[in-house]
Design a protein around this ligand. Structure first.
Ligand code: ZN
Length: 489
């Protein structure tokens, strides 16, 4: 039922959100400033109803907030809700429909769009905070507010202070619940396991990635390359899923009590994790599932993002666990692709089958193939080796020399030193690109602070942090000193 209260437009009197402030924290501040904290009438006057989802992780008040504050919906969603954590791992269309739902105040539709159950939402809403951040905020902002970065699902530790987050129950009716600021100077010993802190870091990194970059390109290609490199595939390309599950469980043992971990590893699913992750690659899986795999395989997001050792071996060992069309269907589509003029390699990549299989289909269906020579003579070989050493892509060399890419790769495989050299060259080029990109970001910002740089250009920041830390710290502005930094005594 709508309350018969005259609507109020705050406009420029709407409080500016703090950096990383959770949306319900902003709402609480509005009520605190304009309604004395207890006056429910202000809620009805501002949002047209007292019963909206104010403290849900996908709140239904965003259109009202936009109207009241003149801050666009996109900013509210990206900067003040946890939605961006889902972005790197959610098919683009599904993510966009989640954003659209939030923009029109249909918070409940977001659960559907992301394929997550809303059951937990029905319980008493909770919020997490870090007591060190609370002390800092009270000093700098005058109020210990709720950080959206602490509310990320699965996060147990503050990534800045390494401290375990405290949990408080929120109220759907009261609008004055805040983190507790203790004035005690006693500093607690770090709590929790290494695994919890590791997962918290990963969650934080992918949140930043979701806010800045978006979808991780070729995510599954990266997974497969690493799985092959780590020996999790058989000689015919099958994933050793049972072994992977066992080793991952051992790796994340410190998390075994954690509800997110239990959900992911549950044996209730028709296909257990991580098989389901690989079998349904186009589906929405919880970020935690991806992060458990990423943490185990790559350590952190930066390494995953910079992992370029994809394609070639992946193409040779296609992920056979992926749910495939029946063979007859595949054959028909391969015939279509071949007759339309696609090369053997392109067809093999497109349908994730071996080149040998495509050749067999071509022979059965009497399709003539324009095969390029596989043998290369000595003088040509020397020229190719020179080009490989200079870092030219194998496909470009194949085109120039009128031979197959496979032939070039065979030559390359005989020169492990050149393989290494090419990897180094790629890394150096990437380092130059990342350095330049970071410097550009610093120049673009009027008053560059470390956190702003990290938020604006997370990719370059994280890559340099991982691979070029000395240079990064030489070029970042000085850190803002923290008064409450933990002292080692
Ligand atoms: Zn903190």
């Amino acid at each position: 039922m709508r309350a018969s209260v005259r609507s109020v437009q705050l406009g420029r009197f709407f409080p500016r959100p703090f950096a990383d402030e959770a949306l319900f924290s902003v709402i609480q501040r509005v009520v605190l400033t304009h309604g004395g904290g207890k006056d429910k009438r202000i809620v009805s006057a501002l949002f047209g109803s007292r019963s909206l989802q104010f403290c849900s992780q996908f709140p239904s008040v965003i259109p009202h907030l936009k109207g009241q504050s003149n801050i666009p919906c996109d900013s509210w969603i990206t900067e003040h809700t946890v939605l961006p954590i889902y972005r790197p791992f959610t098919p683009q269309k599904r993510y966009e429909s989640a954003v659209d739902a939030l923009k029109v105040g249909k918070g409940n539709h977001v659960f559907k769009a992301l394929g997550i159950t809303a059951s937990r939402e029905k319980l008493t809403p909770e919020a997490k905070y870090c007591s060190q951040c609370a002390q800092d905020d009270e000093k700098s902002a005058g109020l210990a507010y709720w950080h959206v970065g602490h509310q990320l699902p699965g996060l147990t530790h503050c990534v800045f202070h390494n401290e375990r987050l405290s949990v408080m129950c929120l109220s759907r009716k009261k609008f004055d619940v805040w983190p507790i600021v203790s004035d005690s100077k006693s500093i607690k010993a770090p709590e929790g396991s290494e695994a919890e802190r590791h997962l918290s870091l990963l969650i934080n990194e992918s949140f930043i990635l979701g806010k800045t970059v978006g979808l991780i390109p070729d995510l599954y290609e990266r997974y497969f390359s690493r799985l092959i490199a780590r020996g999790f595939t058989t000689s015919c390309g099958h994933l050793r899923l049972q072994q992977l599950r066992t080793e991952m469980s051992a790796f994340w043992q410190g998390l075994s009590y954690h509800p997110c971990f239990k959900d992911a590893l549950s044996t209730q699913h028709s296909l257990p994790f991580p098989s389901n992750l690989f079998a349904y690659q186009d589906a929405c899986h919880s970020p935690i599932k991806h992060l458990l795999l990423i943490g185990f395989l790559f350590g952190d997001i930066a390494t995953l993002m910079s992992f370029t050792n994809t394609s070639e071996r992946v193409k040779k060992c296609p992920p056979l666990t992926k749910v495939r069309k029946p063979e007859a269907d595949i054959e028909a589509t391969i015939v279509d692709a071949l007759t339309s003029g696609l090369s053997l390699r392109k067809v093999s990549e497109k349908f994730r089958v071996s080149i040998g299989f495509v050749k067999k289909v071509a022979v059965i269906h009497k399709i003539e193939l324009d095969l390029r020579p596989q043998k290369i003579f000595r003088p040509e070989q020397d020229e190719i080796i020179d080009k490989l050493a200079l870092g030219y892509p194998t496909q470009d060399i194949a085109k120039q020399c009128h031979c197959s890419t496979g032939a070039i790769e065979t030559i390359l495989s005989q020169h492990p030193d050149i393989v290494e050299l090419r990897a180094d060259t790629r890394k150096l080029r990437k380092r130059e690109r990342m350095r330049l990109s970071l410097l550009n970001t610093i120049n673009e910002l009027q008053c560059p602070r470390r956190n702003d740089i990290k938020l604006k250009n997370g990719t370059a920041y994280m890559w340099l942090y991982k691979h070029d830390k000395v240079w990064l710290y030489d070029h970042l502005p000085a850190q803002i000193p923290r008064c409450y930094r933990r002292s080692k005594t």
